[in-house]
Structures are given as C-alpha cells and as structure tokens.
Design a protein around this ligand. Structure first.
Ligand code: 13P
Length: 262
C-alpha cells in the first residue's frame, strides 16, 4: 500500500440537530481533543443557527468550522437562503455542497450542486462536495456511472486550481443513517474510481493530493478498517458526530491506522 499523502480528515455533519447549549458543549469537547489528534484535520459542521457560537467555542483551536449549505448568489431577495460571503463572515472555512439529503428533500440537482460549489470557491470557502449512489443504482451496477455523472455535470467546469480546493465526500445513500456501512472494499473501489477521474481530468499531482472522505454510518468500530484503504482519506460523520466520544473515537481510530503506515 502506498499510504496516505496526509493525515486523516474527519468532519462532523450535525445536520438538523442540537440547540446552542448542546452545540457549544460538543464543540468545546472536540476542541479540547484537537492537540491529541494531530495531525488529523478536524471540521465541525453545525446548523446555521449555531455557527456563531460554535465558531467562538472553536476559536484558537485546531478545529475548523463549516456550514451545511449555501446559495449561489452573494446577496439579495432570496428568503431563507445564506450566501458564501455570509458564511465567510460567520467564520466558516468549509461548506457542504450536494449532500444527498439536499438532493433528496430539497430538489438539488448535479447542476445546482455545481453552481453552489462555484459560489463557495468564489467566496473563499472550501466546498465539501458529496457524491454517492442510491441502493437501486448500486444493485443495478450503475454506481460508477452515477458518480461520473455527478462529477461531470456538477464539477466539469472547474479549473485545476479550483478542483485542488475541493474536499470530496463519497456517501452511498443506502449507508447514510442506516447502520449499513459500505465495506472497506466497496468504499475503497469507489474512492479509487473518483481519484482516477480526478487524475484523468487534472493530472496525477492533483489526484494524489485530493482529500476523499467516506460517509455513511461511520463509527469508531468501523473507521480503522475503512481508513486502511489507501484511497479513503477520512470521514464525513453524521449520527456518531453528535457525541464527543463517537467523533473523537473515529478520529483516534483513523490516526491509529495512519500511524501504522509510517
Ligand atoms: P450517518 O453517519 O448518520 O450515516 O450520516 C452520514 C452523513 O450523511 C454525513 O454527511
């Protein structure tokens, strides 16, 4: 195994959970674990309402702040939406784009995912772009074709510099919140495919530095074998990130796998 180009990257997507007090408490616990978890990159992604308070709790720590979505216009009459410049102003360095729950419940398409990714880049945010197939597509042998479509339609217009600022997240929809994790081999196969596509489009150096996260029922107990796959660079964690021990445990297990490579 060639090993990972960099330390693990572990992000917690809190989805529509936690009010201010719980969010701040969780952020403080993760921030306190930051030094122990170096060189792991840590990212917390709370709901919009707690970005300010979580950002304050993370100030001076190793842990970065991200948002769960953005709109592609900078400002204007778009009731209910939040823009890239607003997220930068709130202290975000990252923003999720194209999460399958946005695609499923809120009408996101590959094209609107692309617009959002471009808006994030323009605002100086790093988009964490989510791709992944539904169960029918997997069972019908269409996983790679679906991933190819998501990449081509959503991100085809990006330059190499822009692609290098992305974080990729492979989240098979059938594994999200179901307790049914992709096996390391299943996930590793799709991650290798994504890296190959990046290499074809943008060259070997860009592909080898790309951060490709896996998401879908990640827990401390399954993160070690998943990170052993050379193309899995870390995790985008939902449910298990709502407890400090779960999130920190996942980062510890990824680090254990990473250190064994050295
Ligand atoms: P779960 O870890 O709860 O399966 O959620 C994964 C996810 O959607 C992270 O974005």
């Amino acid at each position: 195994m060639a090993g990972h180009a960099r330390g693990p990257f572990v992000a917690g997507n809190w989805k529509m959970n936690l009010t201010l007090a719980g969010a701040v408490d969780l952020a403080r616990k993760v921030a306190a674990a930051g030094p122990e978890l170096r060189p792991c990159d840590l990212l917390l992604i709370p709901p919009f309402t707690s970005l300010g308070a979580v950002g304050a709790a993370l100030a001076g720590s190793d842990v970065a702040l991200g948002a769960q979505d953005l709109f592609w216009e900078d400002a204007g009459a778009f009731t209910g939406e939040v823009s890239g410049p607003m997220l930068r102003d709130a202290g975000c360095a990252y923003v999720l784009v194209g999460h399958s729950e946005r695609r499923l419940h809120f009408g996101e398409t590959d094209e609107t995912v692309g617009r959002r990714a471009r808006a994030a880049l323009k605002a100086g945010l790093r988009p964490v772009v989510c791709v992944g197939e539904v169960l029918e597509e997997r069972e019908g042998g269409r996983t790679m074709a679906r991933i190819d479509d998501q990449i081509a339609r959503g991100l085809g217009a990006l330059s190499r510099d822009e692609i290098e600022r992305l974080v990729w997240a492979y989240e098979p929809v059938w594994a999200i919140g179901t307790g049914r994790t992709a096996s390391p081999a299943q996930a590793g196969e799709v991650h290798a495919h994504i890296r190959r596509r990046i290499e074809e489009g943008y060259g070997k150096a860009t592909a080898s530095c790309a951060i490709i996260l896996y998401g879908g029922s990640v827990k401390p107990a399954n993160s070690y074998p998943l990170f052993k796959e050379e193309n899995i660079d870390g995790f985008l964690v939902g449910g298990a990130s709502l407890e400090a021990e779960g999130f920190i445990g996942i980062a510890r297990e990824a680090l254990r796998a990473y250190r064994e490579e050295k």
